[in-house]
Write a protein that binds this ligand. Structure first.
Ligand code: SAH
Ligand code: SF4
Ligand code: F3S
Length: 434
């Protein structure tokens, strides 16, 4: 069945920051084709659902989102399923519902305009290839940016943690070339970016033919005058090189924040997860980072209820929360992912046990986070204003330690000197200095 080419599109992204970045690039790509953005899915004749497959609920949400795109008169927009669910389960989704017209994987989205044309002609529009040639070269130049910008420098993962879908949905580890990244950083700076977050599933594994590492890239980006702040995420403990640790001491624009997931405090569980680090090596890395940058805010990820996790092993996770002294951390219930080794392990943990452990872990993490936030009260620091707050004249920005700060005064994109006057569990209040 033929249908007209869509003119107004809406991209909805779920999951990690790399997906947010991909969503922005798809938006730019469709805009370069002459389509305009619609404020919501209701106003669009093409909706791109840029999905995440990391945990179960994400997929359920995709199905309910697809269902909700149907309108009262029974019509619906053209629907493109993108992202990691598209890669892992695109064929299955197309079998289960007739409400998806396009399936496009994370390495193939530069083909989106062509897929849209094919779908309009009523042709098959499924592309989950992982072509050797990078999609990045086929994307339009960056022309728009808020004060904080994402820049993907590395994609994919070769680590194969036994619980994780990312190596299957994003493919093998690749690093984008140096010049392409530096050019994109300059374009983002020209478009108004003040802070750049370098992204990768294993961002600190970034390297190139001449053996340069992420710290070299950070140094080069720090030379761009308009860029005041640099961050990077997510890092693997085994790839924290000496150079990167030293960069936290030597490069003033590199913000004092490190997201370094450990997943569990039990060495047996870490081994079963195939994490290739243990708790001792993890804590050693943190000690070295803190020696280089004493005020660093540490963040992490945890999984509770990995198959076979005993109460004592979970207690070891609570213990490492104290020993590592996190400023914030994310924690998740283990979710068996189809095709991963852990999904078929015996000793899957009962849901109520997972709920209990998650609650206790989150209480421990929240206490640390509150203490970290309270310790910033009384400090004068810089805040990058990113978006409007609820009150008149109020702005929400980020501290160097990635805390949200509310304050009155200034304008979007300003870096203001702020006295932190109060702390809550999830944000700080500040007063701008003249
Ligand atoms: N590359 C990063 C993060 C990848 S996914 C890293 O290695 O640290 C983000 C987080 O989701 C992981 O750190 C992990 O804590 C969580 N996660 C991944 N797979 C999961 C699963 N099957 N069940 C529950 N949480 C999971
Ligand atoms: Fe997943 Fe492990 Fe790779 Fe992180 S390092 S993306 S958790 S396989
Ligand atoms: Fe989700 Fe894919 Fe990112 S599974 S977390 S969107 S890499």
């Amino acid at each position: 069945m033929n249908r007209p080419l869509p003119r107004r599109f809406h991209v909805k992204s779920f999951g990690c920051q790399m997906n947010v970045y991909d969503g922005e690039r798809m938006t730019e790509l469709l805009a370069a084709e002459g389509m305009t953005t619609a404020a919501s899915a209701d106003d669009a004749d093409l909706v791109v659902l840029n999905t995440c497959h990391i945990r179960e609920k994400a997929v359920d949400k995709v199905y309910s989102d697809i269902g909700r795109l149907r309108r009262d008169d029974g019509s619906r927009p053209m629907v493109a399923l993108a992202g990691c669910v598209a890669q892992a389960e695109g064929d299955e989704v197309v079998r289960r519902t007739r409400d998806v017209d396009i399936v496009v994987g994370p390495q193939a989205y530069h083909h989106l305009p062509d897929l849209v044309a094919r779908a309009a002609r009523g042709e098959n529009a499924v592309d989950t290839d992982m072509p050797a040639d990078s999609k990045f070269g086929a994307l339009p130049a960056r022309r728009r940016s808020g004060p904080g910008a994402f820049l993907t420098v590395q994609e994919g993962c070769d680590k194969f943690c036994t619980y994780c879908v990312v190596p299957y949905t994003r493919g093998a580890e690749i690093s984008r070339p140096w010049a392409a990244i530096v050019d994109e950083a300059k374009a983002l700076a020209d478009a108004g970016a003040k802070e750049i977050t370098l992204l990768g599933q294993n961002v600190n594994a970034w390297t190139d033919d001449s053996g340069r590492g992420l710290h070299d890239l950070i140094e080069a980006i720090a030379l761009i005058p308009a860029i005041a702040r640099i961050r990077y995420t997510t890092s693997h403990p085994n790839d924290m090189s000496d150079g990167l640790i030293a960069a936290h001491r030597d490069i003033a624009k590199l913000m004092p924040f490190l997201h370094l997931p450990v997943q569990s405090g039990s060495d047996r569980v870490l081994k079963a997860m195939n994490r290739s680090h243990d708790t001792a090596s993890y804590l050693r890395v943190i000690d070295r980072v803190r020696a280089a940058r004493p005020d660093i805010a540490l963040s992490g990820d945890f999984i509770v209820g990995f198959p076979g996790e005993t109460e004592a092993e979970f207690a070891a996770t609570l213990d490492i929360v104290d020993r590592a002294d996190y400023a914030q951390a994310y924690s998740f219930k283990y979710s068996p992912r189809p095709g991963t080794p852990a999904a078929t392990m015996t000793d899957q943990i009962a849901p109520e046990v997972m709920d209990d452990r998650l609650r206790r872990l989150q209480a421990a993490i929240n206490a640390r986070q509150m203490a970290f936030n309270q310790a910033t009260v009384g400090r004068r620091t810089s805040v990058l204003l990113e978006r409007k707050g609820k009150l008149p004249g109020q702005w929400i920005g980020k501290s160097p330690w990635l805390q949200s700060v509310h304050l009155i005064g200034g304008a979007i994109g300003d870096l203001v000197d702020v006295d932190i006057v109060a702390a809550g569990p999830n944000s700080l209040s500040g007063e701008a200095r003249a």
